[in-house]
Design a protein around this ligand. Structure first.
Ligand code: NDP
Length: 402
């Protein structure tokens, strides 16, 4: 039976390890390798019924990753570290002949701009090596891509309009906190807003466009247009899409803090000189604010993530809305985590099953929508992420039925 290696031991890694640990038949040995040994050890201790081996690893060091892969010979590496580590980990998997998956596209540390071109460049080398890389298999990106592929396979002959909608209506009781790694999260939100229309990438100032969106169980919330990496791959793989946008809700309190941080320079990613030391303001801010994993015990309320599609079926206009709703309390009861980390961390564990069982084993580098969505979506409800597809009703944002 194959070993798997999880790289990273943060908020998202916890639900992934929790789910892998429940399948000793498929994953009899899980290596958790990350920068801080105590966090790897804490994960191993949290799931004592499973065989989890903690290891320290610098995932920026290709030689060190290759050495660890050669030591344990895992069938698959699950990259749950940060986007900066995507390329060294992909290089190491190539050298050691190990399958790879991640949940976020590569982003150069000095340029907050997600682009798949860095990872798509590995396609031929992975194919020749006979190994599989699945990119962006969290929830968004990840399950959202599978929802679009499912719609293309079962519900629509052509997709014309796509809106991905993401709402965290939960309350953690803190003045301000992000739900996953602060540096990555704020780089994403504060960058120029981008969406695709008629083959063009349109740019707008950060958080300058908003809409009232009705979310199932939650009601109407103000959602802001931001760029999200799955838009890039989805418009490439479904060229019939005329417009693709991504919307995320933020509370007024969240935005008030965020704007204050931006106004005083605390979201800057360039180093500044302070008393003879180099300090990167956003990394300093991260040290001051709560660790996203620590929010879990007190978090209450719904998270809703879905895709709204318009297109045609049998020559007639058709709409489809496919979504998942889960509560923070459910995620905590299941895996001791909060729902944002859970929605991101459960899909990689399900994808790991599909890769090691050969169902998603396909040499090359793939975005999720290029793989059969059915095996993933069939398994998600039992793994804790129920989903629903609704067709044929108006998708003016505030007309989504509850
Ligand atoms: P955390 O900061 O909580 O965890 C990241 C982990 O990676 C930490 O354990 C960290 O170590 C480790 N790490 C960072 N750099 C290195 C390195 N050079 N070598 C070894 N280990 C390293 O982040 P999250 O768990 O919140 O996020 C993880 C990933 O999930 C991110 O890429 C994020 O973008 C992605 N994500 C994807 C979502 C989706 O739906 N697709 C949604 C949410 C997040 P240390 O503990 O020492 O800091």
């Amino acid at each position: 039976m194959p070993r798997v290696m999880v790289v990273g031991a943060g908020a998202v890694a916890r639900p992934t390890v929790c789910k892998l640990a429940r399948h000793p038949d498929l994953f009899p040995e899980i290596i958790v390798a990350s920068r801080t040994f105590s966090k790897c050890k804490a994960l191993a201790d949290a799931f004592p019924h499973a065989r989890i081996i903690p290891e320290v690893l610098d995932a920026d060091d290709v030689g060190a990753i290759v050495a660890l892969l050669r030591k344990y010979k895992p069938a698959l590496l699950l990259n749950l570290a940060l986007p900066y580590q995507d390329l060294p980990l992909m290089d190491a998997c190539l050298e050691a002949g190990v399958d790879y998956l991640d949940t976020a596209s590569y982003e150069p540390p000095d340029t907050p701009l997600y682009e798949y071109r860095y990872q798509w460049a590995y396609q031929e080398r992975y194919e020749k090596a006979g190994i599989t890389a699945v990119l962006g298999i969290g929830f968004d990106p990840g399950v959202t891509n599978a929802f679009v592929a499912y719609a293309a396979k079962h519900l629509l002959d052509e997709i014309h309009y796509l809106d991905i909608i993401d709402c965290n209506a939960g309350n953690h009781g803190r003045a301000f906190a992000t739900n996953f790694n602060l540096e990555i999260n704020l780089r994403e939100i504060t960058q120029t807003g981008r969406y695709y229309e008629n083959g063009k990438l349109i740019e707008v100032p950060a958080l300058s466009i908003s809409q009232a969106v009705r979310f199932p169980e939650i009601g109407v919330q103000k959602a802001y247009l931001i760029f999200h990496e799955e838009l890039e791959s989805l418009v490439k793989h479904f060229p019939s899409i005329k417009r693709a946008r991504f919307w995320m809700t933020f509370s007024d309190n969240y935005l008030m803090h965020l704007r204050a941080f931006m106004n005083v320079g605390l979201t800057r990613i360039d180093p500044i000189e302070y008393e003879g030391c180099k300090v990167v303001p956003i990394k300093f801010l991260q040290k001051l604010l709560p660790d996203p994993a620590s929010l879990a015990p007190d978090y209450k309320g719904w998270v809703s993530i879905g895709v709204q599609l318009r297109g045609v079926k049998d020559g007639q206009p058709r709409t489809a809305f496919i979504y998942t709703n889960i509560r923070h309390e459910w995620a905590y009861a299941d895996c001791g985590t909060q729902a944002v980390a859970y929605t991101a961390g459960v899909p990689p564990a399900v994808a790991a099953e599909l890769i090691v069982q050969g169902i998603w084993k396909k040499p090359g580098v793939w975005n999720v929508e290029q793989l059969d969505p059915d095996p993933l979506l069939e398994r998600l409800p039992a793994a804790g992420l129920p989903w629903k597809a609704v067709i044929d009703y108006p998708l003016d944002f505030t007309d989504i039925p509850e």
